[in-house]
Design a protein around this ligand. Structure first.
Ligand code: SF4
Length: 201
């Protein structure tokens, strides 16, 4: 069992200048991983090396908002054709994001979650009269368009799982859906200080 979320020392994150002088708890996965070839996992595939290298360069800059960083990352990777898979409830935001991406020189294909206008009752869901969300077809449309990086904007839990599973291009998430906390799911931790001690379901 891996227990990084509960680890109180986080020795793996300490500066490299400390060498081996860091505390790693018993059973720490770093002890196991350091026996193998970590970098080889990133260098054996040129596409993955490109993603890893560009994200390693982009991520330390904490002055950029996520939309700017997404574009910087895409440009650094050499991607000029992006996909946008968005939730219909965020149509206005999707239009605005699309305008920014196009203004910044990207070719863009976008797909609404309701694309196909299929009946959700066929999936055994009777909770709404609205068409079902269709993440597999969103992914297939962007695959067909040949996008190089797909951006998820507000897809629901589970729909995002299916979209990511079916997307041929790598996927990055610009925003994730939370109807209660205005698409900022971690706010639940601020507004519910004792939630770690409660069952939320
Ligand atoms: S890798 Fe080891 S040191 Fe780092 S958080 Fe996990 S258990 Fe802690």
């Amino acid at each position: 069992m891996w227990f990084c979320a509960q680890c109180q020392v986080k020795g793996c994150s300490k500066p490299l200048a400390l060498g081996d002088n860091v505390v790693l708890p018993k059973g720490c996965p770093t002890l196991k991983l350091r026996e193998g070839d970590i970098i080889g996992k990133y260098t054996s595939d040129p596409e993955e090396f490109n993603l890893a290298r560009c994200s390693a360069i982009c991520s330390p800059d904490h002055t950029e908002h996520r939309l700017a960083k997404t574009m910087r990352f895409a440009k650094m990777c050499g991607f000029d054709h992006l996909g946008l898979a968005f939730c219909n409830t965020l149509s206005k935001e999707a239009e605005a994001v699309a305008a920014v991406l196009v203004k910044n020189g990207f070719k863009l294909d976008s797909a609404n979650c309701k694309v196909g206008r299929e009946n959700r009752e066929k999936l055994g869901a009777y909770t709404s009269k609205n068409p079902m969300c269709n993440p597999i077809c969103q992914a297939e449309l962007l695959n067909e368009a040949g996008t190089q990086l797909n951006i998820v904007l507000g897809l629901c839990v589970g729909h995002d799982s299916l979209f990511i599973k079916h997307s041929k291009a790598p996927v990055t998430v610009l925003a994730c859906k939370d109807h209660v906390y205005d698409n900022a799911p971690l706010r639940v931790l601020e507004e519910c200080e004792d939630c770690a001690f409660r069952e939320l379901l």
